[in-house]
Design a protein around this ligand. Sequence first.
Ligand SMILES: [Zn+2]
Length: 273
Amino acid sequence: MASVVDAHIHLSENAQDELIPYAEANRLDYDMGELLRLMQENEIERGLLLSPPLKGGVPLPNEKVLELSRRSNGVLSPIFTVEPAAEDVERAVALAQTNKEVRGFKIRLGYLRVFADDQVYDPLYAYAESQSLPVMFHTGDTATSTGSLEHSHPLTLDRLANGRPGLRVVICHFGNPWIQDVAELIYKHPNVYADISGLAVGGSKYTEGYVDFLAEQLTHAIYYAGGAGKVIFGTDYPVSTPALALGLVRKLRVDDADRGAILAGNARRLFRL
Ligand SMILES: [Zn+2]
């Protein structure tokens, strides 16, 4: 399982980070030293770094994500989070233009009550398409009880993909619990991908059964889509750990070529890593 790519990692080294409770539940220190060590131990060669949310609901600034990526000795590449405001979109595009190591963008649906096809994002999508940079979308369960499932439902991305067939879209968390809906989206749209990050989380007495259930659903989704050519591995560190996330991939009933594509090949191609 050499040279895995983890396409969904968070880190801030900031005390206001809202993911700290997840880190504690997973007994993680949640810092750069630990992250790089865990990656090495699990043969994860490259990773994409995404902003975690901070207290007050704002994401860690993209400048900070850039700075953290630069401290990783070429292991982590930045993804910029873009909030639904014209100034934010403008700032993120400008930052991407001057920092070519950026590998894509991330939009949070469900927390901000915005749909993916909102015109506020038009300049971002135009830029992303022109540079072949993927846009990742949080979908599925929201980490807070006040999130909007209507906005985080993955089927809302069908409208975006219909309108912008050239835009490379990544549906995060495979839309869990709407996994079969995501199977249809990756089957239907040539440029729609899905990551399997943040699915295998511990802490329940049924964790083992739940991971089996997830593996079963993902296996069926891959069969439906006709292959795993657009399924991408991610941990969502610190929400999940490399060990749990790799355990989930091991349980998928797919051939070695597909397992390799999920663990590295698909992400390398899509994000040019
Ligand atoms: Zn995440």
